[in-house]
Design a protein around this ligand. Structure first.
Ligand code: GRF
Length: 220
């Protein structure tokens, strides 16, 4: 089974969704290591309570991003991590680190990329008056919130939505989308060419998947 690593910095609700999906056998993988750069991240406890090995690689202990990322890489390699998921990991990764996990590094972002990359994506989408926002799981390249898109799901914006309500609706969707994307990558069904990810699915598999994604965002 594929060995997955997860990087977090905070509460780790997406991490928990990934761990639970793996535990239920919905994703053919097991988590070899959760690493946080923040020693008190709540997600560390959530991982440990699920019996998953955890480590802290505190960025404040390194003089540079490169040094920090080299320590990260060492911990992940020692655990045999093959696919790495960023789940609320709040640091930019160095080019060398991204290259080491080329096409094996996933991130989830709370917007329909390429719209609204960066911080406060939900609020910025709301402020622009979009009718739909959503979430995107993508392979990571050297730019922030950028790289070949694996899966997306749209989430409606409803009258009276606030940053909190739309963020919560998107987050519920993230928890379903991320395991679905990780499953595809673990199964070798994602092929990258020309900066785009192609899903190696038959029409009989692809159309139901797309319909599922359309249902995922909820109606309210
Ligand atoms: C999520 O909204 C994710 O899309 C973004 O950071 C947030 C992390 O939340 N990258 P959690 O730590 O997974 O609960």
């Amino acid at each position: 089974m594929t060995k997955v690593g997860i990087l977090i910095s905070g509460r780790g609700s997406n991490m928990a969704a990934l761990l639970d999906a793996m535990a239920r056998g919905e994703v053919p993988a097991r988590c070899a290591l959760v690493v946080s750069n923040v020693p008190l991240a709540a997600g560390l406890q959530a991982a440990a309570s699920r019996g998953v090995p955890t480590a802290v690689v505190d960025h404040r202990a390194s003089a540079s991003r490169e040094e920090h990322d080299a320590k990260l890489l060492e911990a992940l390699s020692a655990a045999g991590v093959e696919i790495l998921c960023l789940a609320g990991y709040m640091r930019l990764l160095s080019p060398a680190f991204v290259r080491a996990f080329e096409n094996r590094l996933l991130n989830i972002h709370p917007a329909l990329l390429p719209a609204f990359p960066g911080l406060h994506a939900q609020k910025r989408a709301l402020d622009r008056g979009v009718r739909f926002s959503g979430c995107t799981v993508h392979l990571v390249d050297e730019e922030c919130d950028h790289g070949p898109i694996v899966l997306q799901a749209a989430v409606p914006v409803l009258p009276g939505d606030t940053e909190e309500t739309i963020s919560a609706r998107i987050l519920r969707c993230e928890h379903k989308l991320y395991p679905a994307a990780l499953k595809l990558l673990c199964e070798g069904k994602v092929r990258v060419a020309g900066g785009r990810a192609e899903l190696l699915l038959s029409p009989q598999e692809y159309l139901p998947l797309l319909r599922g994604l359309m249902d995922m965002g909820e109606n309210g």
